[in-house]
Structures are given as structure tokens and as C-alpha cells.
Write a protein that binds this ligand. Sequence first.
Ligand code: CMC
Length: 444
Amino acid sequence: MQRALPDLTITPPVAGEKVTLVLHADGKQYDLPVLGGTHGPKVIDVRRLYAETGYFTYDPGFLSTANCDSAITYIDGDRGILLHRGYPIEELAAHADFLEVCYLLLYGKLPTPSELADFGYVIGHHSMVHEQFKRFFAGFRRDAHPMAVMVGTVGALSAFYHDKIDITDPEARMVSTHRLIAKMPTICAMAFKYSLGRPFMYPRNDLSYAANFLRMAFGIPAEPYVVNPVLTRAINRFLVLHADHEQNASTATVRIAGSSRANPYACVAAGITALWGPDHGGANEAVVNMLEEIGNKDRIPLYIKRAKDKNDSFRLTGFGHRVYKNYDPRAAILRESCHEVLAELGKTDEPLFALALELERIALDDDYFVQRKLFPNVDFYSGIMLRAIGFPTAMFPPLFALGRTIGWIAQWKEMIEASDQHIARPRQRYIGEAIRPYVPIAER
Ligand code: CMC
């Protein structure tokens, strides 16, 4: 049965609409064009502002600045709505295989059964890595953070697959894209196996993307691996929920790196680097560490108090979001996934999950969080689910990177193929020393 869709305002292209800027300093007025999109706020086009007025705009952290046109993902943060190519995330998470979502993000439409079969065949064809590639891992300390290993090894793909690295060639772009989607689970699982000192597992192309990844992560060569459908569904859903999130820090990083025409492997490695931080993809790891530090329900008020104290650097990780000023729809789905996974594994009394639910209840009842519209984000529940499945906390950000690779590469491709692509080069407000003469060392 078709679910009723939320009623989103359509913002059509605006004919002739302008915003008038009055510069009191010189008493002049400038008309700035206004652009419409499909949904979301209209956009004031300031591209000619500097040439015409001699002024820059100032917007650290891009609080009000659109960096690009994109047709991939839309978020209505006030209402907690997330769409990929127009499809609500709840529907994709409930029904779609991750490869279907990859196809959707890349090509803009849901695949037919034969298109999906062909796409799966192509991805399967690229799922192994060059045998020599394994030697890279040996260069890392075995206790290296797997994100460090991911940054290095994904960047190194450009050294192995430079036959198709000419980004001006559409066919080469597509092959690199397929290689990244296909090899990422293999590399992510290898990073995990390396940290455990266990043998790498080759991919199995007869399994789904999620099942193949779970087998490469938890299987051993000495025994057959039995696919668990509940855990496979949970990982598939996790990947779908992390697939893209419009212009977040890591995606913006991939676009900025790619704007210099760097190769896609280097750009995705840059994305992994940006994702690693605890305010972005490292938050899932930080949430579990925080819950462990809190320890028990009696200590929640102390940590809520600390989170509100401006003199204390502690923040409630997994809460708050630049765009969502409502419940992150992904967090609600992952909370359900936690229930399913914990029930399947006979861990319904998992203390960390009970603690997280109680922390959410208390925070959402607290004026500080209510007034600032701070709700659980995608990272609040994902770590609990991943830990129950058997991943250590250090593997949470690599799993985020695994899901987000399709978003990065779809956005990279969209940028490269845009008609008005320029190298990204922000301006600045210079607040350093005024010009002054060099002082010879003997006179200082
Ligand atoms: N705990 C306590 N206070 C918070 C929190 C929090 N988690 N998040 C925001 N605030 C406060 C903040 O101090 C500020 O208060 P005031 O107005 O009194 O100065 C207000 O809420 C607005 O916050 P902000 O820092 O201006 O918001 P931002 O959009 O710059 O930051 C954020 C967004 C996600 C970095 C921030 O909410 C945060 O640090 N959250 C914890 C880390 C986290 O969970 N990150 C994962 C984000 S979602 C997944 C992803 O994108 O990868």
C-alpha cells in the first residue's frame, strides 16, 4: 500500500525575481538574481557580487551558503524529512536493497529488475582487489585505527587502477565509480580482519552487498559462513541510511577535492578523512564511548548538566544536527533496528541500549534540548546495533564510510558533469598584520 507523502512546498524557478542590496557606504543599489529549486529555500545568487560591488559575503561554516546545485538528496530539517531522488528514506530503508539505492543515487531512477541484475553483475565483477594490494595493510601497525587504514588504502587505489583515472572520460569515470562501490566492502572488511590478525576473506558475488560484507567481516576460511537474514537486513538498512546526506562536511570535502580535477580515489580518501572527526562520522564511536563512560542511569543527570554547562567542553554526542531541528528520521529507524537485532541475538537486556533510551527520554524532556531543538541524530543508536552485531567501536566510522561512499561518488560525478564547474576557492576576511617592511635579523 502506498504511504501518504508529506506535503512539501515546491519552489519553482523564479522568473525575474531579484533581491535588492543597498550599500549605504556608497549609496548604491544592486539587484541580485534569485534562484528557485524543487523544494527548500530560494537562493540569492551572489556570484557577481564581488565583481560588481567589491564586497565578499562572509559565512564561516556555510550556515547560509549553497555551494552547488544538486539533484540527489533533499533534507527538510525542520520537519525531519530526508529524500533521495525524491524517495523518502523510510521507504528506501524498509524496501530497498543497498545496490538499488546505489543505482538510484548514481542514475537518478530506481532500477528495473534487469537493470539491477546488470548493475549487480558489474559491481560483482570489480569486488576483488589486486593481490598486491594486500601488502599495503602490512605497512600499518596492527593496532592502527581502521579509519587511518581506510584513508591510506582507499587513496592507494589510484595507484592500482590508474588505467581508468582520466576524469574527462565518461567511461573512465563510470568504471572508477563502479570500482569504488565494489571494492569498499572488501577494503573495509580487510581493515577489520587486519586489526584482528585474521586472514582476509575473498568476496562472494552470489551474496547481497550486505551479506557479502558480513561474511568478509566475520567469516573465516576454515568454516562455511551462515548468513543471518536479520543481521543482513540490519546492515543493509544501515548502509541505506548512510548512503547520502547532501552537502555534509565529508561530501563537501569530496566535492572541493574533486573540483581541482583530482582522481576519485583521492577525493574519496579525503572524504574519509573529513568523516573521521567526532562531530561527523566519528560520532557513532564517540556515542558508545560516552554511554560507557556514563555507565548507569543514575549518572545521566550529571552528564546532562555537563552538556548544558558552557564552561564544560562535554556535549551529548549523538544529539543535535546542523540541518535537523526535529527528530533525525534515520535515528528513529535505527532505534527500531536495535530492537530487531538485539531480539535476534537474545540481548534484549543490553544495558547500553536501555541507557540510551533513558538518556533520550530525559534529554527530550529538558528545556535546554527542547529550546535548541536538539534531537538524537543518526549516530545515537547506530553504534549500539553495530556493537551487538560484533563490531568494535573503532569499526563504526569505517562502516559509515562504507555506506557513504555511494553518496560521495554520486556527488563527485554530479559535480564533474555540471556545466558551470569551477575549482572551489573560498574567499576570506583577512584580519592579520597590516603590510610592514622586513626587519633584518640583527635588528629584531
Ligand atoms: N550537546 C549539548 N549542546 C549542544 C549539542 C550537544 N550535542 N549540540 C548543539 N548544542 C548547543 C550548542 O552549544 C549551541 O548552544 P548555544 O546556542 O547556547 O550556544 C546550540 O546547541 C546550537 O549548536 P551549534 O553548535 O551552533 O550547532 P551546529 O549546527 O554548529 O553543530 C553539531 C551541529 C552536530 C556539530 C552539534 O550538534 C554537535 O556537536 N553534536 C554532537 C556531535 C554529534 O552527534 N555529531 C554527529 C552529527 S550527525 C551525523 C553526521 O553528520 O555525521
